[in-house]
Design a protein around this ligand. Structure first.
Ligand code: WT7
Length: 637
């Protein structure tokens, strides 16, 4: 497959960028011609940031699975679409060609139809990293159902919250998932979630770990049995349903600075085009390349750069079930050598944690198939960048640092491998179609170079968030109402003397722990549910491995003698309400919190204390009780 829209030189990048600014509609329409449509659009773009409404390719009709699968069958039918590497290296890996994927997606689409799923219905997917997970997503897309994948690390309560928001009546899950030396009972978590979700009619369970599960009559079905029923007919073909360009493809929940996670909605056509366009250009994908993205499909990175972007480009995606340090810290390097991986895309946290094992795990590893490296999810520190460059890329592989968000659908600021320059710690330059500004607190543009500000985007791009599910007003106020007529990212950013962008981190109350986004309010709500807790405040602090750690200040009714035990109990509650990823690293018991006279917690002060900057707390005289600051400082962990 060739990509007419693949940028091959720096000049071409500059031309593409200029055209995307001067003639955005012509620019994207031309790229859209490389995709398969059932009906073409009659207008390219309609957008109004003030009401948070953007539409691309109006009235066009398509099915994304035709673009991801069917159109590749003739030329690439026998090429691997997915190479699956199991958690346990002793187990056999699996190769799923485009022909195989076609059969599997058709069969499972038929299973969904047999169980009453129709266009527009929501289907929740809670599975480990097995090939059947993308199969389930694509099967939804084939019949126009909207999938919502829930990361396998979320608790039953978090699953229930998401199910209630989507009102999904069908769930696809596994009996269990293997992750390192752990076996996670996914189906049991679903059972616990469903106690509060009586509207769920069907649960389809894939066998993976053979852990005992309870199967409720009339509700729970085995994946294998359902597939066997379909296979009684030879060649199952499910006609790909024509959906509107703006019909939602999926909902993916992500944390904000307030309230419960919001369901970010992406529209089919715009998401598809930006996913494929960015994939092909950033990684400079060529036929025969093997792309290994280590993210979990439960996050946007996996949606776009394990599933949709790669498959739309007819690429080969390596799907790894396990974790980077299992059975030991050489696992990723073994996988790269075993499957001749050409592109490795991972998170700075992963690099730092593997770096901590030294060079021993790299002994005897060739890594000579690698051509391109990438990072995503958090700022990368220079030390990790150089380690990655020297020891993994052997100084020969460009490193792309891709900045983006669940809401942007695809990477927005990044260098293009081997085409535009890299700079350690910098995401560098915007993708074509992405127009950035830095603004001050009042929303006034900060012009020129060597300046910092809040990062905003002034023009719509194809995969911009369309709405937050069930609550469009929340989408508007969160992203489009902070600054007039701009999308606000929530990130702070520096633009250097050459116009390169460096993301400095969130400026709102959202934490980035190991590349996972967690709202401080969410963690506080979970802590406050713990018996005996009066109030809590959560802030982030620099953490050597995780990027950010979670620091919780907690007021208890009574401080028990055994603080350690109380802390563990609180962590247990957080695990129960959100999931283990939201567990605070530090819990400091305090008798009060620094508050203004109007009762607002001064998080700035708490952040400084957590960071250990005890002498730069600023003015504390306006506090309701300035003495509390001394107590908190003295008790700092
Ligand atoms: C937040 C979005 C889509 C990527 C996975 C995370 C931070 C993301 C970078 C980067 C510095 C980054 C930002 C952003 N972030 N990529 N290359 N350099 N920071 O998606 O969970 O929606 O989180 O991750 O703070 O706002 P997400």
């Amino acid at each position: 497959m060739s990509y007419p829209y693949q940028i091959k030189t720096y000049e071409e990048y500059k031309d593409a960028y200029r055209k995307s600014v001067d003639q955005p509609e012509e620019f994207w329409a031309e790229i859209a011609e490389s995709f398969q449509w059932k009906e073409k659009w009659n207008k390219v773009l309609e957008s109004d940031f003030r009401t948070a409404n953007t539409k691309w390719f109006l009235n066009a009709k398509l099915n994304i699975t035709e673009n991801c699968i069917d159109r590749h069958l003739y030329n690439l039918g026998d090429q691997p679409a997915i190479i699956w590497e199991p958690n346990n290296p002793k187990e056999k890996s699996r190769t799923i060609t485009y022909n195989d994927l076609y059969v599997k997606v058709n069969e499972f689409a038929q299973v969904l139809i047999n169980n009453g799923v129709k266009k527009g219905d929501r289907v929740c997917i809670y599975m480990g990293m097995v090939p059947e997970l993308p199969v389930a997503m694509l099967a939804c897309a084939r019949i126009g159902a909207i999938h919502s994948v829930i990361f396998g690390g979320f608790s039953a309560q978090s699953i229930a919250d998401r199910l209630q928001d989507t009102q999904a009546e069908l769930i696809v899950t596994c009996d269990g998932a293997f992750r390192g030396n752990k076996e996670i009972g996914l189906k049991t978590l679903i059972d616990n979630a469903l106690v509060a979700c009586k509207f769920v009619k069907t649960v389809i369970v894939l066998t993976r770990t053979h852990i005992p599960v309870s199967m409720i009559k009339g509700r729970d079905l085995w994946w294998e049995d359902e597939i066997a029923k379909v296979q009684e007919n030879e060649h199952t073909f499910v006609a790909p349903v024509a959906v509107d360009a703006e019909d939602p493809l999926f909902i993916l929940y992500t944390s904000g600075s307030t309230g419960k996670p919001k369901g970010v909605v992406h529209a089919t056509a715009g998401y598809m085009i930006f996913a494929a366009y960015t994939f092909v250009n950033i990684f400079q994908y060529k036929q025969g390349d093997v792309h290994f993205c280590t993210a979990d499909i439960g996050w946007i990175t996996g949606h776009t750069y394990i599933v949709y972007g790669v498959l739309c480009a007819g690429g080969t995606s390596l799907l790894y079930e396990g974790i980077p340090n299992f059975p030991d810290a050489s696992r990723l390097w073994d996988i790269i050598d075993k499957h001749n991986v050409t592109i490795l895309y991972t998170a700075p946290t992963t690099i730092r944690s593997l770096m901590a094992f030294g060079l021993e795990p790299l002994k005897g590893k060739k890594l000579n198939s690698l051509k391109v490296l990438g990072t995503v999810g958090e700022p990368i520190n220079e030390e990790a960048w150089h380690w990655y460059n020297e020891n993994i890329g052997k100084g020969k592989c460009p490193i792309v640092d891709t900045w983006w968000q669940t809401e942007t659908g695809g990477a927005m600021i990044t260098n293009l491998a081997g085409i535009t320059s890299s700079k350690p710690g910098y995401a560098t330059l915007p993708m074509p179609g992405v127009q950035l500004v830095l603004v001050d607190e009042q929303g006034k543009e900060i012009e020129g170079n060597d300046v910092s500000g809040n990062l905003c985007i002034t023009q719509p791009w194809p995969s911009i968030i369309r709405t937050t599910y069930n609550d469009h007003e929340r989408c508007r106020t969160n992203y489009f109402a902070i600054y007039d007529n701009m999308y606000f990212t929530g990130d702070g950013c520096y633009r250097d003397e050459n116009g390169f962008y460096r993301i400095t981190g969130r400026v709102d109350d959202v934490l980035n722990v190991s590349g996972h986004r967690i709202g401080t309010a969410e963690v506080e709500n979970a802590i406050n549910m713990h018996s005996g807790v009066i109030e809590s405040a959560v802030v982030g602090y620099p953490h050597e491995l995780k990027g950010q750690g979670i620091y919780a200040y907690v007021i208890m009714e009574h401080i028990h003698d055994n603080k350690h035990e109380t802390k563990l109990d609180i962590l247990q509650t957080v695990t129960r309400i959100i999931g283990p990823i939201a567990k605070p690293d530090k819990v400091q018991f305090v008798t009060g919190l620094p508050k203004t006279r109007s009762g607002k917690i001064m998080r700035r002060i708490l952040r400084k204390i957590a960071e250990g900057e005890l002498n730069s707390l600023g003015d504390t005289s306006t506090l309701l009780d300035p003495a509390i600051v001394e107590e908190i400082k003295n008790g700092r962990l």
